[in-house]
Write a new protein. Structure first.
Length: 188
């Protein structure tokens, strides 16, 4: 397993270098969006309207950060369960989404679309929202303000720690990790 410092602006060029199990310290521009925002993305797309940001090469973090205190751009900003976005994800990947950040497994339709279009899925540590917030340097609502914490935010991050859970070739840490664990149990 390797460690990488990656800026989101160069992520597309590094997609096939990253392997399931690698650690990534992500910096640059990311966008928050959860299920309510994804539903609205589809309404926009179905009506022939543009998304609130350029999806090509973008990184979407499945999170709904709480308001910031003491001069911080956001409060707690932990990942939400990614599977809730699975029904939306293949279409967004076909439009050029390069990276998703969340927690938990993804279904086969997402993995197939990742392999077809070239994208990675990173996992952030669940339950560490306050720690993750320290990597967020700025945040501003860019769409769906009425959704409150679940509005779409453009954030600048510096060194957001993640693990490559599923790489652009479809290799999954959820599969390889379980196999490795089962093998170690046999040997014990």
């Amino acid at each position: 397993m390797s460690k990488y410092n990656v800026n989101t602006s160069e992520l597309e060029s590094k997609l096939y270098e990253l392997k399931a199990g690698d650690t990534v310290f992500l910096s640059g521009k990311i966008y928050t969006a959860r299920d309510a925002a994804h539903k609205r993305f589809f309404e926009l797309l179905d009506n022939g309207e543009p998304l609130p940001f350029d999806i090509r090469g973008a990184t979407v973090y499945y999170a709904g950060p709480t308001p910031g205190k003491d001069g911080m751009p956001v409060g707690s900003c932990g990942p939400t369960t990614s599977g809730r976005m699975d029904k939306f994800t293949p279409r967004l990947l076909s439009l050029g989404l390069a990276c998703m950040i969340g927690k938990g497994e993804r279904d086969e339709s997402v993995i197939s679309a990742m392999k077809e279009h070239g994208a990675v899925y990173l996992c952030a540590v669940g339950g560490a929202g306050a720690l993750i917030a320290e990597t967020i340097k700025s945040a501003r609502v860019i769409a769906f303000d009425d959704l409150g914490c679940e509005s779409v935010k453009e954030m600048e991050v510096s060194g957001l720690p993640c693990v490559v859970a599923i790489d652009a070739r479809g290799n999954s840490l959820f599969v390889s990790g379980r196999a490795e664990y089962a093998e170690q149990r046999k040997e014990a």
